[in-house]
Design a protein around this ligand. Structure first.
Ligand code: GDP
Ligand code: GDP
Length: 438
């Protein structure tokens, strides 16, 4: 599981600026779960080998008792509770405020790794001006400048250090290859817990022992028709003796982490609501994470013909980018349509791990070119020569040739369609990379 860094501090100290810095290291996937989270933002970052999730918590008043501040305080507390490390940002220029003391008091009680950062410290001489921040009782103060990008790298090092993260290369190798890691993702109330409880209630799902699950995340291993699965928690799974049950406790962090650690994500949509912004955000995150995906519209029992048509149309218009995924109409409550979902999950997993031999890829590529040559742009006509597989899960096809930077998006989609058809790639994203040798 990716570690989570929460940025906490009063308004205007520079948290958003720092957030942007921390997530810029990679194509920032900023999953903005609008509505659910008010001022919270989630993003991915990477430094060296280590990837992390950052949460920007907006402004924090720990003792707020009413209105929007109370709500924000509640959300910040949840973010802090879910974080592995808290970065407390203060303003090196503005100095200490009463609010800073309140936040510090709250953080000291928490007993979590907490790093005190004095932002806006560009051009300041170290030492003198920062002494007052020791009053907060949080130890050393790290001067940074989010706006100028100073001290950010060592801040990340310091933040991740106490977590003793394993080397991601070694972790990768440890994974059991035959196990499908499955996450059920979706907004609150779409029926995740109901579905999981229905699954876990079936005797056919026999739990088996699997050692070494990741940092305090719950996951449930089980077997179905000879295929091993590991269900990664997103619905607040709780162990009751030998059995598990799902209790609803929606957490964006858990959802993001589960998507990242899954090999296949089952995205649940509520038929009564249709596709909402939040559904689209979650779907976008799944796609950008490169995960295989199966879409199921739940509560199909509860909607009439008219609504069914509306939902189908909203899938086409709002989730068009998941066209490669299988779509199922189900009722978790009435146990309808669930069998075929398993088949699609297995199919998506197989597709994501598909092996594509170089001779076959190259033959397909050349056939495609013969069928339709890429357009000439200006002086250049791209010359596509051969292709090989550059990765799995998601599959990556690397095309080699000349002037490939002039290959249009439309042409890439045409190629994608051909490759997908040949290898029956249903349920997995497919990436096509162009590598010009001149
Ligand atoms: P937030 O409310 O804590 O998220 O703060 P913002 O990131 O929105 O920043 C508040 C203000 O501080 C903005 O005007 C920023 O441009 C400014 N700011 C942020 N980081 C720095 C910094 O490193 N140095 C200086 N001088 N200003 C900064
Ligand atoms: P979660 O927040 O995604 O875990 O959603 P829950 O499993 O708690 O379900 C939310 C509500 O939807 C509950 O009242 C369920 O009884 C109801 N629900 C779940 N699945 C179905 C279904 O297939 N059909 C109908 N009609 N209601 C369902």
């Amino acid at each position: 599981m990716k570690p989570v860094i929460a940025l906490v501090g009063r308004p205007n100290v520079g948290k958003s600026t720092l957030f942007n810095r921390l997530t810029k290291t990679r194509d920032a996937i900023v999953a903005d779960f609008a509505g659910l989270t008010r001022d919270r933002h989630y993003g991915n970052g990477k430094q060296g080998k280590h990837e992390y999730i950052v949460i920007d918590t907006g402004g924090f008043e720990p003792d707020a008792t009413s209105g929007i501040y109370k709500e924000m305080a509640k959300q910040t507390r949840q973010a802090v509770a879910e974080a592995d490390v808290v970065v407390f940002v203060v303003d090196a220029r503005g100095g200490l405020s009463a609010q800073d003391h309140d936040i510090a008091k709250y953080l000291r009680k928490l007993g979590k790794p907490c790093i005190l950062v004095a932002n806006k410290a560009e051009g300041m001489k170290e030492g003198a001006q920062l002494v007052e921040f020791f009053e907060l009782g949080l130890g050393e103060v790290f001067p940074i400048s989010a706006a100028h990008g100073q001290g950010i790298r060592s801040l990340v090092d310091v933040a991740l250090e106490p977590l003793h993260l394993p080397d991601p290369d070694e972790e990768e190798a440890e994974q059991e290859p035959g196990v499908v890691k499955l996450a059920v993702a979706g907004r609150p109330n779409v029926g995740k817990s109901t579905l999981i409880n229905t699954w876990l209630g079936e005797e056919r799902l026999v739990a088996f022992d699997m050692p070494g699950t990741t940092r305090d995340a719950i996951s449930v291993p089980f077997e179905r028709k000879g295929q091993k699965f590991e269900l990664i928690d997103t619905a607040g799974l709780r162990r009751k003796g030998q059995v598990f049950e799902a209790i609803e406790k929606f957490s964006v962090v858990k959802t993001l982490q589960a998507i990242e650690s899954a090999s296949v994500v089952l995205l649940l949509i509520d038929a009564i609501q249709g596709v909402t912004d939040q559904d689209a955000h979650i779907a976008g995150y799944i796609l950008e994470s490169g995960r295989a995906v199966v879409v199921a519209i739940n509560k199909w029992d509860a909607v009439d013909e008219y609504q069914r048509e509306l939902v189908k149309r909203s899938i086409e218009t709002r989730l068009g980018f998941l066209k490669f995924a299988a779509l199922h109409l189900i009722s978790a409550q009435k146990r309808q349509g669930l069998g075929p979902v398993w088949d699609s999950i297995a199919q998506a997993h197989k597709a994501a791990n598909c092996k594509m031999p170089t001779p076959v890829l190259t033959r397909l590529l050349l056939e495609a070119v013969q069928f339709q040559t890429p357009k000439k742009t200006g002086m250049y006509r791209p010359k596509l020569r051969y292709a090989h597989q550059g990765g799995m899960n998601p599959p990556i096809i690397v095309v080699h040739g000349n002037s490939l930077e002039h290959v249009t998006e439309a042409y890439k989609r045409f190629l994608e369609g051909r490759f997908r058809k040949e290898f029956n790639l249903i349920g997995t994203p497919l990436r096509i990379e162009m590598k010009s040798s001149s």
